[in-house]
Ligand binder design. Structure first.
Ligand SMILES: [Zn+2]
Ligand SMILES: [Zn+2]
Ligand SMILES: [Zn+2]
Length: 143
């Protein structure tokens, strides 16, 4: 429910999420907290150490949940396909069957990654630098 003081979120102007605190919806409120935390993490090494410790403790106490979460994020059939294709590229490079080429867009030779237009042909890759690789993936949301 939105409080009588706030008819909509003061940040995003939407009412999609519940009013949480000081005129912010749940989403913006979470973002706000996270941003404040991130800023503090950057400037405060002691806080950073505490935070890391707390995080490790959380993982230790929620091992099963964490494992499931990770599996859900990294072990989708799609992710498996990507990993398989990438390892094939890696092996082919090791065997000298494939060569890492400069980025086909900017010509950069730093951190080039093989981009698969089609994972069914794992050795058919386009070479792109990190920046253009990410850009390529943003263009189409297929993989
Ligand atoms: Zn909002
Ligand atoms: Zn590039
Ligand atoms: Zn790619």
């Amino acid at each position: 429910m939105w409080a009588y003081l706030y008819k909509k979120c003061i940040k995003c102007g939407l009412t999609d999420f519940k009013h949480t605190s000081k005129g912010l919806c749940l989403k913006c409120w979470r973002k706000d907290i996270w941003q404040k935390k991130k800023a503090k993490l950057l400037v405060d090494p002691k806080f950073r150490a505490e935070y890391n410790k707390a995080q490790h403790k959380w993982i230790r106490n929620h091992k099963e949940y964490y494992r499931k979460l990770k599996r859900r994020l990294y072990n989708t059939p799609h992710q498996k396909k990507i990993r398989k294709a990438r390892s094939k590229v890696y092996i082919a490079i090791q065997q000298g069957k494939l060569k890492r080429l400069p980025c086909e867009i900017c010509g950069s030779t730093k951190q080039n990654e093989g981009h698969h237009p089609d994972y069914r042909s794992p050795l058919k890759v386009r070479w792109l630098c990190r920046v253009h690789h990410i850009a390529e993936h943003k263009k189409k949301s297929t993989h």
